[in-house]
Design a binder for this molecule. Structure first.
Ligand code: ADE
Length: 419
């Protein structure tokens, strides 16, 4: 088997980790059991560019159980769990191209190795496979039945490609499924971002001024959890409706410039570029900590910081770099501005990835069933998949919900019954 990982001898630890995550992924387990019997993906070559974590390993096992021939590469140079990569190769027969800390060149070599598998179905977390296939592999583009996209940033990119008429094969916005973004983005990013910041810095959140840039599902999840831990949370936004929601949820809303000299900790969760720029950094307090939990490492203008800093980056702790500004103040950048929840912690907990990855697996099955029938555009996940995943998740949590009575059904579908 062709693969490129850090060390195959880490496999024992990775296998335990995959097993631990599996306990908390009951819905995905059900999908895997059915896939093992029905083989809906039989013989389909798949390349997946995802965070190489224990949860992703359980997704890969599910796709393989369904008969797919899967290879995996990393969707971020800092998120790979090297022990999990080793176990995937040794114990689960999944070729992996991913090494934690790999440089940009190796990262793209790994993406290209995954494309070299000649997939007919791809899966992305940030659209790197789709982008590279579009740029450099026209023959592969022709054979792709569908590509699944896991994250908000990737979907934004794919919609831009579709609007430009550049998209060459059908893509499915798994991120936009309610069973994904309402849970994974809010509860997953919320908790794991707090986890990553604390693991990287060991700071106390209580009493700190925390500036949250972006009040989408990720931002509101993080803001709510910081508030729950006793921080004073301030939100910055560019969207008036989201800003209003933040204000009415009880958060102070300021511009980044206004917030800059108030914050002790800053975290970007916007999906956009240069949200924190040198002009903001110059007004930050001495010792301010700056992190990003949006998909790409572009939200903090690190090149701009490098240009104005009189010294730095100086590593003062694992994943913490100190920069000294011309005014003598120090600021600390976490994880080189990369996704803090995956670089410093373990990403979203398995329980929430259970829903995201069950949605991914079922959407893959649906796409394969459609075959060449899918037109070239950004598709939504079929509602039935969301319904199935949420019902099974509730069941696994021991929660039963009411059912509509016949009278209620009639009332909801009638315009003649009395009000
Ligand atoms: N994205 C965020 N958290 C993740 C995880 N635990 N595994 C895979 N992808 C993720």
């Amino acid at each position: 088997m062709n693969y490129d990982i850090k060390d195959i001898n880490l496999a024992d630890k990775g296998k335990m980790r995959i097993g631990w995550a599996e306990r908390d992924m009951p819905v995905l387990r059900l999908v895997r059991d059915r896939f093992a019997k029905e083989k809906p993906l039989a013989g389909k070559k798949m390349s997946a560019c995802l965070h190489v974590t224990a949860e992703t390993a359980n997704l890969a096992r599910t796709l393989k159980a369904g008969g797919a021939d899967v290879v995996l590469c990393a969707s971020n140079p800092l998120s790979t769990q090297d022990d999990v990569a080793a176990a995937l190769v040794r114990d689960f027969d999944v070729p992996v191209f991913a090494i934690n800390g790999e440089d940009n060149k190796t990262y793209y070599q790994h993406v290209h190795a995954a494309i070299g598998h000649a997939p007919v179905v791809t899966m992305d977390d940030g659209a790197d496979l789709v982008s590279e296939i579009h740029h450099s592999y026209p023959d592969i583009a022709k054979q792709i039945i569908a590509s699944m996209e896991e994250t908000t940033t990737g979907v934004i990119r794919l919609r831009a490609m579709a609007n430009d008429g550049a998209l060459k094969f059908p893509v499915i916005a798994v991120n936009d499924a309610i069973t994904k973004n309402l849970f994974d983005n809010r509860y997953g990013t919320g908790q794991s971002t707090v986890d990553g910041i604390i693991r990287a810095t060991d700071i106390l959140l209580a009493g700190k001024n925390v500036i949250v840039a972006g009040y989408g599902w990720c931002g509101r999840g993080f803001a709510t959890r910081c508030r729950g831990m006793g921080a004073n949370v301030i939100v910055t936004e560019v969207d008036p409706i989201r800003a209003l929601e933040a204000a009415m949820d009880g958060f102070r809303v300021l511009t980044m410039m206004e917030a800059a000299n108030v914050g002790d900790l800053f975290c970007t969760l916007t999906g956009d570029i240069h949200v924190i720029r040198p002009e903001h950094m110059m007004s930050m307090k001495d010792g301010a900590i700056v992190a990003n939990s949006g998909h790409f490492n572009v939200e903090i203008d690190l090149d701009g910081l490098q240009k104005i800093a009189t010294s730095g980056p100086t590593q003062v702790r694992h994943l913490v770099d100190e920069y000294i500004l011309p005014n003598g103040r120090r600021i600390y950048i976490l994880a080189e501005g990369r996704l803090i929840n995956l670089a410093a912690a373990e990403g979203h907990p398995a329980s929430v990835m259970d829903m995201s990855f069950a949605t991914q697996a079922l959407t893959t099955e649906w796409a394969v069933q459609q075959g060449a029938g899918l037109d070239v555009r950004v598709h939504d996940v079929p509602d039935a998949i969301g319904d199935w995943v949420s019902r099974l998740k509730l069941q696994s949590m021991g929660i039963t919900i009411d059912e509509l009575t016949e009278e209620q059904k009639e009332y909801l579908s009638s315009w003649q019954m009395g009000t």
